[in-house]
Design a protein around this ligand. Structure first.
Ligand code: 0O2
Length: 244
């Protein structure tokens, strides 16, 4: 009976523990969405392509705590695992990754705890991404809790590579054959070449200083736009013409 009470208390403590991370994630995601929307209105070009977020599962939290030889207590986990809450931002160009990181980290309530620049210093397998761990205050009814959130920023090409590598890694249960590892390293180099080429093209077009309607108006929940009066007049005139 005591065991059951213990388990049930632990479960609600775990839920409370995770809630703080969920709120931290919500705060960071809101910040990113504000930047994304503001860019959409104020500039001709939006560096933020896509934003996703995730909370680590309880199994994976405990597994990682054990792997890192952290005390498997809430306090131990809180201090050791800085990526329980994670946001991933996909952007168009390499320079965007640094610009987005600057825009987020210069905000007053964002405290930068750690930066791992795997873009400038890729992992040996070819993995590239800019990782920024931030600490953010979450205001709750009876307390303020500072929560760590890991922000991963990468280009579309880096994200494409990382998603496939992640699948391969798990498919082979972490024992990936050397031939496939070599192909992955080569693919990472090709992805980097594409990033560099696309950025060069983008810079060249920007220098032309002509206004081009791009895809910035595309959203995940596109709504019909109001029909302008001149379009309606054209349609009406066309219809009258056809019925003559
Ligand atoms: P998931 O499924 O994304 O949660 P550290 O905390 O610094 O001691 P850690 O956690 O390995 O060590 O830190 P690091 O290097 O910053 O990596 C954290 C996350 O980056 C990983 O989270 C992955 O999301 C991503 N990542 C790092 N290296 C690779 C890689 O080689 N390939 C891919 N595809 N992703 C990578 P998790 O918890 O491993 O996984």
């Amino acid at each position: 009976m005591n065991d059951l009470v213990g388990i049930s208390e632990l479960r609600s403590e775990f839920t409370r523990f995770m809630m703080a991370y969920k709120f931290g994630l919500d705060e960071v995601t809101t910040k990113i969405n504000i930047l994304k929307d503001e860019f959409g209105y104020a500039h001709e070009y939006n560096p933020i392509e896509h934003v996703t977020s995730r909370l680590k599962s309880p199994e994976s939290i405990v597994r990682k705590a054990i792997r890192k030889e952290a005390p498997v207590t809430f306090d131990g986990i809180r201090k050791t695992l800085l990526d329980i809450a994670g946001v991933r931002i996909t952007c168009s160009f390499i320079s965007d990754a640094y610009e987005i990181s600057d825009m987020l980290t210069r905000q007053r309530d964002v405290n930068v705890v750690d930066v791992k620049d795997y873009i400038a210093h890729p992992k040996p397998n070819g993995y590239k991404s800019l990782h920024v761990i931030v600490e953010i205050p979450v205001f709750m009814s009876d307390r303020v809790e500072n929560v760590f959130v890991e922000i991963q920023i990468r280009t579309i090409a880096m994200d494409f590579w990382a998603s496939l590598e992640h699948k391969i890694f798990y498919k082979y249960d972490r024992e990936v054959p050397e031939s496939i590892l070599a192909e992955l390293r080569a693919a990472a180099a090709t992805a980097h070449e594409l990033d560099v080429k696309m950025e060069r093209l983008h810079d060249a077009v920007t220098e032309l200083d002509v206004s081009v309607e791009d895809d910035a108006h595309r959203t995940d929940d596109a709504q019909p736009q109001p029909v302008p009066r001149d379009v309606l007049e054209t349609l009406a005139a066309w219809r009258i013409d056809r019925t003559r």
